[in-house]
Design a protein. Structure first.
Length: 235
């Protein structure tokens, strides 16, 4: 598959409903990891998504907002160390000092990407040797970030699991090489519920240039009415 030599090979990997929703509602309290296990007809086959997730790349990129949604700021148990390294984009910040501490103890290496000079991550550098801060001045340049990850940290392959708004930037800037989607057998709905690719809507005929065509790599029918789709992005 064609790709840039200056950045890692990237795969956008997420679970979504048949209508393309990657969340179960428009509130941060709603999340597929929390809600899908409670829905009859969906929970039975959900384990397949997590099994596929274990086979993804050794580097995973996500956001502080998503990490906060899954509760890392409030977890008290000692995490079981995993072999995957996390790249977390978080400028607001959504992560607290406890959240950063939990992530650093959980993952192989934690890369925290931020523009916020007051982010609690800066107080954790002496505590965790497996913590690297990547600081941008005003705005995070996603292309530059990927270049840094490859050239300075040796990242050859990267799985992206961010939210709909950030996904739109990855896609429209031609920074995604492959899409790997697990479709859950449900319809969520809601115009304000996050979709796989959100962001600014297209307005003009010229904007159609931003639409990315896909080439099917594989389509696997899983158990309990789940489907796993893989596409090459035609950048």
């Amino acid at each position: 598959m064609p790709m840039s030599n200056n950045r890692p090979f990237t795969t956008l990997f997420l679970i979504e409903s048949l209508d393309g929703k990657i969340s179960t509602g428009d509130d941060d309290g709603r999340d597929v990891d929390v809600d899908f296990p409670t829905i009859k007809g969906v929970k039975e086959g959900l384990h397949q998504y997590y099994e596929i997730e274990k086979t993804t790349d050794p580097f995973s990129l996500n956001t502080g907002r998503v990490m906060a949604k899954i509760g890392v700021n409030d977890r008290k148990e000692k995490p079981t160390k995993i072999g995957c390294s996390f790249i977390i984009i978080d400028s607001k910040p959504h992560l607290t000092a406890k959240g950063v501490d939990y992530l650093a103890r959980w993952v192989k290496h934690l890369f925290l990407v931020t523009t916020n000079e007051n982010h609690p991550v800066f107080d954790q550098t002496k505590k965790h040797k497996n913590l690297t801060i990547i600081k941008f001045d005003k705005k995070i340049n996603l292309k530059d970030l990927l270049t840094q990850m490859k050239n300075e940290h040796g990242v050859e392959r990267l799985t992206i699991q961010s939210g709909g708004t950030l996904n739109s930037f990855w896609i429209r800037e031609g920074l995604v090489d492959q899409v790997s989607i697990v479709i859950a057998p449900c319809l969520v709905g809601g115009k304000d519920t996050q979709s796989l690719v959100g962001g600014e809507s297209l307005h003009s005929k010229k904007d159609l240039e931003k639409i990315k065509a896909l080439k099917l790599i594989s389509c696997n029918v899983l158990k309990d009415s789940y489907v796993h789709l893989r596409y090459e992005v035609m950048n």
